[in-house]
Design a protein around this ligand. Structure first.
Ligand SMILES: [Mg+2]
Length: 258
């Protein structure tokens, strides 16, 4: 184990799984961390699913984890809204992630915040435009994440960031970003694990959201060459990961040989 690292934050999509498939070595890596009692938290910017749905999905493909081993951008948003006593919101969200927001009044009439996530094919001009009108009427934008793209079974795919940027441009307002790379997201994850930020390493396939985001709060950033990783984008990037692994499969070896 590298002297300075005592726990890990692990991205899910592109690191542990790709589509519905386990990435080779991912299961063994989680088993290794559990056997050696190394603290870890799965942290994801996925905004289509609630935490419990993600947990069930990972259990189905045999990951030995608890629901509380997962921290998601929607959960972070719920905490953020709760702390600010926000009552009325509108959701530009789809899938089971909507269930995470049950405690709020969902309204299209003067909401305090519009909550934006990745809604894939459900993103239509009409939905974007009605959200645009709410913002022009005073609603603030809470973006669960602003990722540019992610890897699906069909290839690289536009993520929530494109729609967030479109609405920021049209309304001339700035979104508050909740998920990675927001500082608070990483710091909250460290708090959940009860490990100081500078003793944590974040493992991800997104050099901006995962690696740089983690480095900005004093964590180590480990980039894996799976998921959305593309050699040519990496070479052009000014971001320097602390460690590069060909995949999560190499993590146990990295831990034991350092
Ligand atoms: Mg990822």
């Amino acid at each position: 184990m590298p002297r300075s690292i005592s726990g890990f934050l692990i991205d899910i999509d592109g690191v542990l799984i790709s589509g519905n498939q386990r990435i080779p070595g991912a299961l063994e890596c989680i088993q290794f961390l559990k056997e050696h009692e190394i603290p870890f938290l799965l942290v994801t910017n996925t905004t289509r699913q609630s935490r419990i749905t993600i947990w069930h999905q990972l259990k189905r493909i045999w990951f030995p984890i608890e629901e509380t081993d997962i921290y998601t951008a929607p959960l972070a948003a719920v905490n953020w809204l709760r702390n600010r006593k926000v009552k009325e919101i509108s959701l530009l969200l789809s899938g089971s992630a909507v269930n995470d927001f049950k405690e709020f009044k969902i309204t299209a009439y003067n909401p305090q915040y519009v909550i934006m996530g990745d809604i894939g094919r459900d993103l239509t001009f009409d939905r974007l435009n009605s959200t645009f009108r709410m913002i022009m009427n005073g609603a603030k934008i809470l973006a669960l994440q602003k990722n540019r793209y992610w890897q699906t079974d069909e290839g690289l795919t536009i993520d929530a960031g494109a729609a967030v940027a479109a609405l920021e441009y049209a309304t001339n307002k700035r979104a508050t970003i909740i998920g990675k790379p927001a500082r608070d997201f990483f710091l909250q994850a460290a708090k959940i694990l009860e490990v100081p930020a500078n003793e944590l390493a974040m493992i991800g396939d997104d050099i901006e959201s995962d690696v740089l985001g983690a480095q900005r709060v004093g964590m180590s950033g480990i980039l894996v060459k799976t998921g959305k990783f593309r050699e040519e984008f990496y070479k052009k990037s000014k971001i320097k990961p602390d460690v590069i692994l060909s995949s999560i499969e190499e993590l146990p070896k990295f831990i034991t040989t350092k």
